[in-house]
Design a protein around this ligand. Structure first.
Ligand SMILES: Cc1ncc(COP(=O)(O)O)c(C=O)c1O
Length: 400
């Protein structure tokens, strides 16, 4: 991985201040540029929300706001409060995710969030009772577990038995019951197939499928219009540096063609993007504390492991890596080092699962150097086992 010069300079400066280096460095310029770029290329009606689960740090929320994102996709009351603290109004929030508690639903309705995405009939009834008590209506989308699965995606959210949404086959039974709930204003569908998708055609297939579903619903229920369609997130990031980046222009052209084919002009299309917006705005930087040889392979032990950067272990992939060479004096004569070989990177936790990377080729690394993992702006600290072993929380340094 080629580390941007200003990021390397920040690492060297921080390392020079003493203490063990273990931090995230954020520069949200790529995220801002991506939001602005998407606004330029997307067809009429597309609104880009930032899925803040990718990174809830205030710098990322500020980037979303200043770059003109339509709002924030939230999945908890905690996220809602952070988004509001960052300056978003509740009317700019869309609320997704299974298992919303009565307290969370009450907050959402009483504060006037834009849309609430129903995950089940039970949730619809719980929401209806809360709306009735508050004497307020609520715009809702129905999340559908489509009978479709993007096999090559890093994580899939539809197809098979799922905790997300209502099975496509059950729509005929569930939707009429939701339509009868007097305080819920049905506005359309939410179908989120998969995360981390690099193949544009796979995601467009999902859009086509949802458009077909919307058309069928409108044919069956005269007067009902799916005027909002939410495709979820899913735009991928080329973690393995294969050179095959996600092509948002091709996706936009494909969606435009579908809108034309289905005659869906004038409708609203939500995108809830996390990874694509945030990943390349962050680096996890952790000092190499030990290097040892174990049965033919070097084990490189860093200050932070899955307690601070869990994603590589959770998804079983290596993130791009760079080594910032610090040229520290050796601790003893004959100290191990890494030279042009494939090695294992782990953290300080007492579990074999504490893996940062495996079989990764490294030109040169010594104790005291800084291992820097790229594409760590999304699902970095936020999905890590931060309490495990009670190490100090890594600092989050914001450059811009
Ligand atoms: C409901 C929902 N929307 C959006 C996202 C963001 O997905 P991504 O980071 O792939 O864009 C997620 C991720 O899990 C999600 O669950």
């Amino acid at each position: 991985m080629k580390l941007p010069e200003h990021v390397e300079a920040a690492i060297r400066q921080r390392a020079g201040e003493g203490g063990t280096l273990n931090c995230y460095i954020y520069d949200t310029r790529p995220m801002r540029e991506k939001i602005a770029h998407l606004a330029r290329i997307m067809p009429e009606g597309v609104e880009v929300f930032y899925a803040m689960k990718a990174n809830p740090h205030p710098a990322f929320l500020a980037a979303a706001r200043e770059a003109g994102a339509a709002g924030i996709e939230i999945a908890s009351l905690g996220e809602a409060e952070k988004a509001v603290a960052a300056g978003f109004s509740p009317a700019e929030l869309i609320y997704t995710g299974p298992g919303k508690s009565p307290e969370e639903l009450e907050w959402a309705v009483s504060r006037g969030i834009r849309t609430l995405h129903l995950e089940s009939l039970a949730e619809a009834h719980r929401l209806e009772a809360i709306c009735d008590e508050l004497n307020r209506g609520q715009d809702v989308l129905l999340r559908v577990n489509a009978n479709f699965d993007i096999h090559e995606a890093q994580t899939t959210f539809s197809g098979g038995s799922r905790k997300f949404g209502v099975d496509e086959e059950k729509l005929g039974e569930v939707l009429p019951r939701i339509l009868k709930l007097p305080h819920l204003r049905f506005r359309g569908l939410h179908v989120y197939a998969a995360s981390g998708v690099l193949n544009v055609d796979d995601l467009l297939k999902n859009c086509e499928l949802v458009f077909g579903m919307a058309q069928a619903i409108e044919a069956e229920h005269p007067g009902v219009v799916c005027d909002i369609i939410d495709f979820g997130g899913g735009f991928g990031i080329d973690y393995l540096e294969t050179g095959q980046d996600f092509d948002p222009e091709a996706w936009a052209r494909g969606l435009e063609a579908l809108i034309r084919r289905f005659g869906f002009f004038g409708r609203t299309f939500f995108l809830e993007l996390g990874r694509y917006l945030a990943a390349d705005s962050g680096w996890f930087c952790t000092e190499i504390l030990d290097i040892k040889e174990s049965r033919g392979k070097k084990q490189v032990i860093c200050a932070g492991g899955i307690n601070h950067f869990r994603r590589p272990a959770a998804l079983a992939i290596n993130h791009p890596l760079a080594i910032v060479r610090m040229h520290r004096p050796p601790l003893f004569t004959g100290q191990e080092s890494v030279r042009d070989e494939s090695v294992y990177f782990g953290g300080p936790l007492c579990t074999g699962a504490d893996k940062l990377a495996n079989d990764v080729h490294v030109e040169a690394a010594d104790i005291g150097d800084i291992a820097v993992f790229g594409y760590a702006g999304a699902y970095g600290l936020t999905m890590s086992n931060i309490e495990f072993l009670s190490h100090e929380r890594p600092e989050e340094i914001v450059l811009a």
